[in-house]
Design a protein around this ligand. Structure first.
Ligand code: FAD
Length: 273
């Protein structure tokens, strides 16, 4: 079973120290890699790199930076990838990034497929490139057909694999897999798993990123909003069942959105290995 965990770059010294411990605790399930997000428009370029270096220094697990291209020039991407290459990073997650409302200049890339194509043309096979996938459709997509076509374009541009936006409906994932297979795509598509720990945050985030929370789950989370123990128990149950369903159908890699916490990602990961 291939497990990976995603972190965001911490802003404070305290956050950095805490994250070293978090990663140490998560290491017990022998993750394939630890990934670090990057803010759109290059806003966290330095802290993403710092976190990557920290993973290399303190945890004996490969580090995978996310690279979002919106607002960046080709020269920025080259500078960054040269740095990553120099520290032996050979796996990245290539993204467009969410377009910040304050953005003045979109940069040299409009979509992630252009970034993937650029990286392949400049670095050949130096990087294993993963891209984002949206089983429930990207919120800005015109329709499902065009979203699938755009996903296929990213793969044709040179992506080796994909990680999905989180979802709580396994059928969306299986249907997405079937759809892209019919379009000739056979790369591994790793489900992104979002643990459930907070009603309001999950609701807001899901509205933003277009992930659907089924009503039967939403109503229960709303009911348990001020009873954290029940909410966590229920949330664990829902996500553990989702992972089990995926595993029963042959899924053998899982990417956890850890939110820089040990639990519940660790408990969920231990449950499926
Ligand atoms: P694209 O693949 O470029 O797609 C974006 C939208 O444009 C889609 O609706 C697509 O259908 C459409 N599109 C694509 N090509 C065309 C075209 N030629 N013409 C018209 N429309 C087109 N965000 C961050 O800022 N930092 C991160 O670290 C980060 N990590 C992520 C990790 C994972 C696993 C996932 C699933 C998402 C992550 N995101 C991150 C969020 C992501 O950046 C956003 O969802 C963003 O809005 C889209 O990025 P993308 O790479 O999927 O874009």
């Amino acid at each position: 079973m291939k497990i990976s965990f995603e972190f965001f770059p911490p802003k404070t010294e305290q956050g950095k120290e805490k994250l070293i411990q978090v990663r140490q605790s998560l290491s017990v399930v022998s993750p394939k890699y630890f990934s670090t997000t990057s803010g759109a428009g290059g806003t966290t370029q330095d802290t993403t790199l710092e976190t990557v270096l920290d993973i290399q220094k303190n945890n004996n697990i490969p580090a995978t930076p996310h690279l979002s291209c919106i607002g960046l020039k080709k020269s920025n991407i080259i500078e960054l990838l040269d740095k990553y290459k120099a520290i032996n990073i050979n796996h990245i997650i290539a993204l467009r990034g969410d377009i910040p409302s304050s953005i003045r200049n979109m940069g040299d890339f409009n979509y992630a497929n252009e970034l993937v194509e650029f990286i392949r043309s400049k670095y050949n096979d130096n990087f294993n490139i993963e891209v984002a996938a949206y089983p429930e459709m990207h919120p800005q997509a015109k329709n499902i057909k065009s979203d699938l076509t755009h996903f296929v374009n990213k793969v044709k541009a040179g992506a080796n694999g994909a990680i999905t936006q989180y979802f709580y409906n396994a059928d969306a994932y299986f249907r997405f897999q079937d759809d892209v297979q019919k379009l000739g795509i056979n790369i591994p598509i790793t489900p992104g798993i979002m643990p459930i720990t907070n009603y309001t945050k999950l609701l807001n985030f899901s509205n933003m990123c277009g992930a659907q929370i089924p009503k039967w789950i939403l109503e229960r989370l709303k009911f348990y909003e001020n009873d954290l123990e029940s909410l966590n128990d229920f949330g664990f149950d829902v996500v553990a069942n989702l992972c089990q369903t995926l595993k029963n159908q042959g899924v053998n890699s899982f990417h956890f959105y850890s939110m820089n916490l040990v639990e519940p990602s660790l408990k969920l990961a231990k449950n499926i290995i």
